[in-house]
Design a protein around this ligand. Structure first.
Ligand code: CP
Length: 311
């Protein structure tokens, strides 16, 4: 059987499984999969706001012939009456075949997976992990650069609270890459991620200035400074405008350098960048549908049976 029952952390996936997922997502673009999950139901449980993750999962399930139940706002659920997450999950497992959940508390996705008899996918748990975004990011990097090895990749912005950069750095440690971490001092990449990279012999460097690394990199992965994660709003005010990328900022970039961003953006990428050939963040979000189709097809369809044909 390919993959564990659940997808909670990017660490749950081997390099072979990541490549298989990317290859399957590529086939989703070419094949008619519109009956693959006919009669199956996805539950989307979003205790935190989302546009891309929730809607791309819903679109993916519908494109595979399945249907969707769920909520986008916990205020309309019985959690408001004091129902525990474990009890909510026990209910949902009788209503659906697979769950995607986003929750503000780190570790909540693991708890849901341990409670549920049906598969659980982590759609983001606090500042911890966002594994499906990472698979989208890898798929997008491969699509734009034609490879996942021998690349120079910068991660820029909130590297402390940004769950997407934590997951992406770990996933990239399967490949031969050089990483550049660009952040204010107070938002540096956590030590446990740096330690994992050292163990895997991944070259990385840390920077406060963005300008120095722009000509060197193939990918600029920009993140939002996340106001909602700061315990002290004054600390947010100090760093909120640390990096604002404009058309002129990227004049010295390599021709095929692509800017990615998990989105939403606030002001960290000026809209004048959108018209440049470097902007790829909207296509990256669109790629989310193909990747989530692949995940659903593998986890509750029979796409895993074709694994050996694809890798
Ligand atoms: N990238 C991402 O997780 O976007 P949403 O918060 O809109 O789901």
């Amino acid at each position: 059987m390919f993959l564990k029952k659940d997808l909670i952390s990017i660490k749950d996936l081997s390099k072979e499984e990541l490549l298989f997922l990317i290859n399957t997502a590529e086939t989703m673009e070419q094949e008619d999969c519109s009956e693959l999950l006919r009669g199956r139901i996805l539950a989307t449980l979003f205790f935190e706001p989302s546009t891309r993750t929730r809607l791309s999962f819903e679109s993916a399930m519908k494109r595979l012939g399945g249907s969707v139940i769920g909520f986008a706002d916990p205020k309309v659920t019985s959690s408001q009456k004091g129902e525990s997450l474990a009890d909510t999950i026990k209910m949902i497992e009788g209503y659906a075949d697979i769950i995607v959940m986003r929750h503000p508390i780190e570790g909540s996705a693991r708890l849901a997976a341990e409670t549920a008899k049906i598969p659980v996918i982590n759609g983001g748990d606090g500042a911890n992990q966002h594994p499906t975004q990472t698979i989208v990011d890898l798929f997008t990097i491969k699509k734009t650069q034609g490879k996942l090895d021998e690349l120079h990749i910068a991660m820029i912005g909130d590297l402390k609270f940004g769950r997407t950069v934590h997951s992406l750095a770990i996933a990239l440690s399967h490949f031969k890459v050089k990483l550049y971490f660009v952040s204010p001092e107070s938002l540096r990449m956590p030590e446990h991620i740096l330690e994992a990279l050292r163990k895997n012999n991944i070259l990385f460097s840390e920077h406060e200035k963005l300008e120095d690394i722009i000509p060197l990199v193939d990918i600029m992965y920009v993140t939002r400074i996340q106001k909602e994660r700061f315990p002290d709003i004054m600390e947010y005010e100090k760093v909120k405008n640390a990096y604002i990328i404009k058309k002129e900022t990227i004049q010295r970039a390599k021709l095929n350098m692509k800017i990615l961003h998990p989105l939403p953006r606030v002001n960290e990428i000026h809209t004048d960048v959108d018209e440049t050939p470097h902007a790829y963040y909207f296509q990256q979000a669109h790629n989310g549908v193909l990747v989530r189709m692949a995940l659903l097809a593998i986890m509750i369809g029979n796409a895993h049976q074709h694994r050996n044909d694809l890798i």
